[in-house]
Design a protein around this ligand. Structure first.
Ligand code: 7PM
Length: 309
């Protein structure tokens, strides 16, 4: 079994056109066609300056690469690599600074045998990452920056994750006055999917994401989980990002460093309600939980997805 199929992604692009009449759900990306007939785990790799290190940018990249390698050993099916340029509350990075952070990590991640996603809103960063061979653009602004949609459309096969966010990270938590949050998120994502289609992006390249925590109250985030089926009505695979988020703190009373169990429970709840990809910090625990969830559903994998040590 190849490294790629170990991780459920069969590449190169053309090798796995479904032979069956009812094509299983899949996500087409640059190098891999990711089989979504089983839920997949996207491991989060943040490339952030380490204030406790005096090694500078190289040390930041080295520790991010080591983390990426660890997540793959733990069973991550995909890696999401970001320089935190547009995270809530984060200072805005220039493209040059963002690229200086993420480039060495993307280059290393591309050798690990799993699809690699770049978490960015900037078309220059998207273009440079796609030129390196990155598989997926994960954009919390759903390709709304000028030039971003064109950049993805110009690529023949890269995947894209379209996430809902109202406004900007700086102001979004002041804009939670939805008439019906699920209706609005669904309408937004439908509009962004249509914009992608109009620009020539094939539907099989697109995944949708409700944007948990991005301009939503705790109750609104949980409404998006309870009524996730309505988002699935758009007919596209759904990615859910609950890992360590403050809504889990609100329910459990726990600070961010103590949200492992809550994060795993949220990931399982999202998958139970039809999510096909979960974006998580804690890959090993999530992989175990999903293995049990699959066994409970009667799908015991023929071989363990990771090699026991
Ligand atoms: C501070 C607050 C730092 C929030 C980081 C975050 C998502 C994402 C993020 C998500 C997709 C985090 C977030 N969240 N991309 N990027 N979906 N597609 O907790 O939910 O990682 S950043």
């Amino acid at each position: 079994m190849s490294a790629a199929s170990d991780h459920g992604a069969s590449g190169p692009v053309s090798s796995s056109a479904a032979a069956s009449s009812a094509a299983p759900p899949a996500w087409q990306t640059s190098r891999y066609r990711i089989d979504l007939s089983v839920p997949r785990v996207m491991g989060i790799v943040n490339v952030t300056p380490d204030s406790f290190s005096d090694g500078g940018e190289h040390a930041d990249a080295r520790s991010a690469i080591a983390h990426a390698e660890r997540l793959v050993r733990e069973g991550a099916d995909l890696l999401d690599i970001g320089g935190e340029s547009s995270r809530p509350g984060a200072a805005t990075l220039t493209h040059a600074e963002e690229w200086r952070r993420v480039e060495p990590v993307l280059r290393a991640a591309l050798t690990l045998g799993v699809p690699v996603s770049v978490d960015t809103c900037k078309p220059e960063t998207m273009r440079a990452a796609l030129a390196l061979g990155v598989d997926i653009v994960n954009d919390i602004r759903a390709l709304r920056a000028p030039g971003a949609l064109e950049c993805v459309a110009a690529h023949p096969a890269c995947g894209v994750c379209l996430m809902h966010m109202r406004g900007d990270p700086a102001t979004m938590q002041q804009q939670t006055d939805y008439a019906d949050v699920v209706d609005e998120v669904t309408a937004f994502l439908r509009e962004r999917v249509d914009a992608c289609a109009a620009a020539g992006v094939a539907r099989e390249r697109i995944v949708i994401d409700p944007g948990i925590g991005f301009g939503k109250t705790v109750a609104q985030n949980f409404a998006l989980l309870a009524r996730q089926a309505e988002l699935l009505g758009l007919g596209l695979p759904l990615l859910a990002g609950w890992s360590r988020k403050s809504s889990l703190g609100a329910v459990t009373g726990r600070p961010v460093g103590e949200r492992l169990a809550a994060s795993v429970a949220a990931a399982l709840a999202a998958v139970e309600r039809g999510a096909r990809i979960v974006r998580v910090h804690d890959v090993a625990a999530t992989v175990d939980a999903l293995a049990v969830w699959r066994a409970a559903a009667g799908t015991i994998p023929a071989a363990s997805p990771t090699t026991p040590r």
